[in-house]
Ligand binder design. Structure first.
Ligand SMILES: C[S@@+](CC[C@H](N)C(=O)[O-])C[C@H]1O[C@@H](n2cnc3c(N)ncnc32)[C@H](O)[C@@H]1O
Length: 215
């Protein structure tokens, strides 16, 4: 599959489920204490470094973007799905949401203080991810933070799984870390937890990394 066909299929799949997705997940953070803790740490680090706004890349209906805003960040969302972007704008009229792809962000070099990709890089085929992480590195300011949320596995090789919306991949935290390291990031912290009873039986992870500050 080419990059263009992957993006087309992902966009089409999320456009089709956008209202149901928003209804199902817009309050999900209330049930995720560990993820809230990582988001709070991410926000505190980004605020302390004060290097620019935060992009919530693959923001879906915008609930996590709004959560970051509530944590005192200047946050905006970007998503491939125009339907998701429309729902995000409707639910959070005070916030900015742009249509776009993480593979080619419409942002100048070094303008962001942080990037959150919360369960959105899961849909990028592994061979295309190095270019995505290079793009994240390009748009982040030196010292900027990147947080990745994803379904985790123990296998060192990424595993395709039958995600309900469209093709997706599970990563071992070390496997994904290797890729982000190759793009120039350094690990800050990680969270790995067991699935809850109402979740599918995959561990879930948050990986927090940083673009090194300028010497
Ligand atoms: C599982 S949803 C996660 C949405 C939201 N972050 C959340 O946690 O509920 C994945 C989202 O990533 C978006 N996405 C997937 N690939 C993308 C890409 N290349 N660029 C931008 N958004 C993308 C999809 O359109 C979808 O809204």
């Amino acid at each position: 599959m080419t990059e263009a066909s992957v993006l087309h299929d992902t966009k089409t799949a999320y456009d089709a489920v956008a209202p149901l997705y928003a209804e199902t997940f817009s309050n999900v953070l209330e049930t995720l204490p560990m993820e809230r803790a990582m988001l709070a740490a991410f926000a505190e680090l980004v605020r302390a470094h004060d290097a620019g706004p935060v992009a919530d890349v693959g923001c879906g209906p915008g609930h996590v973007t709004a959560y970051l805003h509530g944590l005192g960040l200047t946050a905006f969302g970007v998503d491939l799905s125009s339907e998701m972007v429309a729902l995000a704008r409707q639910a959070h009229p005070g916030l900015r949401f742009d249509e776009g792809s993480m593979t080619a962000l419409d942002l100048a070099d070094g303008v962001l203080g942080g990037i959150l990709a919360f369960y959105s890089v899961i849909h990028t085929p592994p061979r295309l991810l190095p270019a995505v992480f290079a793009e994240f590195h390009r748009v982040l300011a030196p010292g900027g933070h990147l947080m990745l949320g994803f379904f985790a596995g123990d296998d060192p090789v990424p595993q395709e799984f039958d995600h309900k919306v469209t093709l997706a991949y599970r990563w071992s935290p070390d496997g994904l870390l290797d890729l982000v390291r190759q793009a120039g990031f350094a690990e800050v912290s990680r969270m790995l937890r067991e699935p809850y009873e109402n979740e599918r039986q995959f561990k879930q992870a948050q990986l927090l990394v940083r673009k090194p500050p300028q010497p």
